[in-house]
Design a protein around this ligand. Structure first.
Ligand SMILES: *[C@@H]1O[C@H](CO)[C@@H](O)[C@H](O)[C@H]1NC(C)=O
Ligand SMILES: *[C@@H]1O[C@H](CO)[C@@H](O)[C@H](O)[C@H]1NC(C)=O
Ligand SMILES: [Zn+2]
Length: 452
């Protein structure tokens, strides 16, 4: 693998149609870091890199971020993350994310409207390698020699996708009690007595520190998108449909990737061994095979974030010649997935003085999973089209409910704001929404049917 010094240049042959030129080779850890740093430097107005921690052997867990305001959360701007190489020997996702970073930077500069719109409205975080130590081992063997498991774990032999707090078991243990929770389940103290890999710890801290709305973890070994729960609701049953309350939203998210991928949703029964033709390339994780301590279940049960697992293909370590065709197969899927965060609803929960309320909860009737508001009172809720009843609550305030209708053809998230009164305060003469609609100078949206 030669060192690549010139990553971007415009095609001189067709100046009217400039395009991003990417070297479709494997990148060592060292090359990956320098490539990501140079990409962020080239696009410093929309990108930066930051480290979320170090691996066992001291390698950086380096994130590249894209946003029209890098380093800052903006009110109502959704945040997403993409992770690769959690299993060190599943290397395709890592490369695709390195290419994606270069593509986003370069296309933004070239004036690609779609990419500019995406980056102007979304904060995107990309961790190309969560397990650089495992990669080092797998890459030392290379495409031909690397088997099914060498380099899968971190340098302490820990499988990172079994190392997260098992909140799914907590949920299953409690589900017979009336007030069991399916969201924001705390991490049990006992978890910290076990071995927590530094890579797992770094990612947990990261997951908790930003208001992520959706996420994709890229793996290899199959060609399918799986979604939580990954742990079977009857732990003795290793293959059992174990849906979350957000089954519909997860299916939609998984469909978005699978349908936009060149071949994932095709009806061919002979793939890597398993057959997913009935569901056209998507599957509930536990129905495929059950495991505890996974990252996606943790995202769902501990935070607001919905994470899917993308299995990119049968070959965990494809030949270098496959990298460009794989980029072509996955590019539209990656873009569609990122754009799909602008679905459902979003809004701000405020008090009567117009201050955002942090930590307020938004409940959707019939879906036992509340989301909470971020620092400035903003929230995002992936929801499928239809009629929904939402309730916002916060400690010390009286709750407010709204019925909304989300049409099928919305191309961005519906805006639903809430103003909460301090509990016990008398009702004002103007309706609660007066300030919002009079100040913002807009008429009530048509999909807001009525307030209850
Ligand atoms: C994105 O934002 C930049 C900076 O504000 C602006 O120049 C550009 O026109 C925007 N692009 C799109 C497609 O909205
Ligand atoms: C997919 O292929 C299988 C087996 O060839 C067939 O039984 C099934 O009807 C096909 N499904 C669709 C949706 O075409
Ligand atoms: Zn994997």
């Amino acid at each position: 693998m030669k060192f690549i010094s010139l990553i971007f240049f415009l095609s001189l042959l067709s100046p009217e149609e400039p395009s991003t030129i990417i070297q479709f080779t494997y990148t060592s850890n060292h090359q990956m870091y320098s490539l990501l740093k140079r990409t962020a430097a080239k696009c410093s107005h929309i990108s930066q890199v930051y480290s979320i921690g170090r691996s066992v052997e001291g390698r950086d867990l380096l994130v590249i971020e894209f946003s029209n305001n890098p380093g800052q959360h903006e009110l109502l701007e959704p945040e997403i993350k993409l992770l690769g190489n959690m299993h060190g020997n599943e290397v395709l996702g890592r490369q695709l994310l390195v290419y994606l970073a270069q593509y986003l930077c370069s296309e933004y500069m070239l004036g690609n409207q779609r990419i500019q719109t995406l980056i102007n409205t979304t904060r995107i975080h990309i961790l190309a390698s969560m397990n650089p130590d495992g990669y080092e081992l797998a890459a030392s063997e290379g495409h031909l020699l690397n088997g099914w498991t060498n380099g899968r774990t971190n340098a302490e032999n820990i499988d990172l996708n079994r190392n997260f707090p098992d909140l799914t078991s907590v949920l299953y243990r409690n589900r017979r009690s009336r007030h069991y929770r399916t969201d924001h389940i705390p991490i049990p103290d006992a978890y910290w007595f076990g071995k927590v890999a530094p890579e797992t710890y770094a990612v947990m801290k990261w997951i908790r520190s930003l208001p992520f709305v959706q996420s994709a973890s890229l793996h290899g070994g199959e060609l399918v998108v799986s979604y939580p729960f990954d742990y079977s609701r009857h732990p003795q049953e290793e293959r059992m449909f174990s849906p979350t309350p957000d089954e519909q939203a997860f299916k939609q998210l998984a469909r978005t990737y699978a349908d936009a991928h060149a071949t994932m949703s095709n009806n061919d029964t002979e793939r890597c061994g398993a057959s997913f033709y009935r569901t056209r390339g998507i599957i509930n994780g536990a129905l495929w095979y059950s495991f505890a301590g996974g990252m996606s279940d943790f995202n769902y049960l501990h935070t607001n974030c919905l994470e899917i697992t993308v299995e990119l293909g049968c070959d965990k370590f494809p030949s270098e010649a496959e990298l460009y065709p794989e980029w072509k197969r996955n590019k539209e899927a990656l873009l569609s997935f990122m754009e799909s965060v602008h679905r459902g609803i979003k809004g701000v929960v405020k008090d009567m003085d117009g201050n955002g309320i942090k930590g307020a909860t938004i409940a959707v009737r019939g879906i036992r999973k509340d989301v909470t508001t971020a620092e400035d009172g903003d929230y995002w809720r992936l929801l499928n089209p239809g009629t929904h009843i939402l309730t916002a609550t916060a400690k010390g305030y009286s709750k407010v409910s709204k019925r909304i209708y989300l049409p099928h053809n919305m191309d961005k998230a519906g805006r639903v704001d809430f103003v909460l009164k301090k509990a016990g305060v008398e009702r004002q003469e103007k309706p609660w929404w007066w300030n919002y609609f009079s100040q913002s100078g807009i008429s009530p949206p048509t999909w807001l049917l009525r307030n209850i």
